[in-house]
Design a protein around this ligand. Sequence first.
Ligand code: HEM
Length: 97
Amino acid sequence: MSQSPGPSTQDPSTRKITLEELKTHNTRNDAWIALKGSVYNVTDYANKHPGGYQAIQQGFGIDATKLFNQVHSYVNFEKILAGKKIGVLSPTKNTLE
Ligand code: HEM
């Protein structure tokens, strides 16, 4: 019996995630956010977000870098979300704004 590693067991530093895949994870029980090229699972963090659930919810399933920086570019999300990284965003023209 062998178990093949599913996507969730892949190394987050190399796992590539497209915008298409990202946008399917936009619900209360399955929330991903892309920030500065990295994709994070924020399902748990969203309930603890100091700015409230509804604010962070705006970033579910999208590249929220711009939104994030508009509100609190000084926040160290890499530190806060350490261990929540799932993968890296596949670059497309739509992610480079
Ligand atoms: C996913 C990563 C995010 C992390 C780690 C994060 C973290 C934080 C932290 C630490 C604060 C408190 C800041 C302070 O007290 O100065 C905060 C506040 C806030 N955040 Fe986020 N945030 C995230 C995403 C977002 C997104 C996508 C939005 C969308 C608009 C947002 C909107 C806000 C707002 C409105 C506040 C309140 C700002 C205020 O107190 O004036 N956050 N967030």
